[in-house]
Design a binder for this molecule. Structure first.
Ligand code: PEP
Length: 250
């Protein structure tokens, strides 16, 4: 059975103090969950969360982004080597990075390679805009994002990737994809992996959904056969709601 994953993307929210409180509030409510819970806080929280691993034993920590170069004159950037002591996962290719920071498939591919070299599992985001969906090019678009960023990987490396399908029109908008729309795209993504690699590898890869997932719609989304959990933005900032989403994945 594939690993169910619930990852919280806190984005640019919480001071360190607020982050510690939120992490604790989530950690104390996690009971024997079977889903893997991951929190991706701002970079400024990583060292402190790592120092206090004992209070969040059932939660693994991820970063929200990394540089596409190993080191050098890149003011303000954070390298993979810098986050490596603190994280097991890193989000790459989030649509907010693609649109506000001009990230390209090429730079996302470079980040993925650096992460894998440092034994960090990439959470690779892909997904179409509303215009692309309305023009019925959403499958093509997602296929091109996946092929450009992932299809140079060998079998053992692709097996390390967590894919997050995040339709841009659903992120932070309150308009979640229907479970049928999400399932259709997840099944399509799995078929791409099967075609390029093998069905055995496609069956092992966790494909999670992101985009206005909340306590009310999570159970129906996670019940779909190709949806292996969620990447949760806004709802991961409220401990009670996030816990309900985690429970929906069990
Ligand atoms: C995200 O940004 O990854 C996300 C899924 O956000 P939200 O849940 O707020 O739509």
């Amino acid at each position: 059975m594939r690993q169910k994953i619930i990852a919280g993307n806190w984005k640019m929210n919480t001071t360190l103090e607020e982050g510690i409180q939120l992490l604790q509030a989530i950690a104390v409510q996690i009971k024997d969950n079977t889903a893997q819970v991951i929190i991706c806080p701002p970079h400024t929280h990583l060292a402190s969360f790592n120092d206090n691993k004992d209070v969040h034993k059932q939660i693994l920590i991820g970063a929200q982004n990394c540089a596409d170069e190993a080191c050098g004159a890149y003011t303000g950037d954070i390298s993979v080597a810098m986050i490596q002591p603190f994280v097991k996962f890193c989000i790459v290719g989030h649509s907010e990075r693609r649109s506000y920071h001009g990230e390209t498939n090429e730079s996302i591919k470079a980040k993925i390679d650096l992460l894998l070299q440092h034994q960090i599992q990439p959470i690779f985001c892909c997904g179409e805009s509303l215009e692309e969906r309305n023009n019925e090019v959403h499958f093509e678009l997602v296929e091109s994002q996946i092929a450009a960023a992932l299809f140079h990987l060998d079998e053992s490396s692709i097996a390390q990737i967590i894919i997050a399908y995040e339709p841009i029109w659903a992120i932070g908008t309150g308009h979640t994809a229907s479970s049928a729309q999400a399932q259709e795209m997840h099944a399509f993504i799995r078929s791409l992996i099967a075609k390029k690699y093998s069905s055995a590898i496609a069956d092992r890869i966790s494909i999670i959904y992101g985009g206005s997932c909340n306590a009310s719609n999570a159970m129906e989304l996670f019940a779909q056969s190709d949806i292996d959990g969620g990447l949760i933005g806004g709802a991961s900032l409220k401990a009670e709601e996030f816990i309900k989403i985690i429970q929906a994945a069990n």
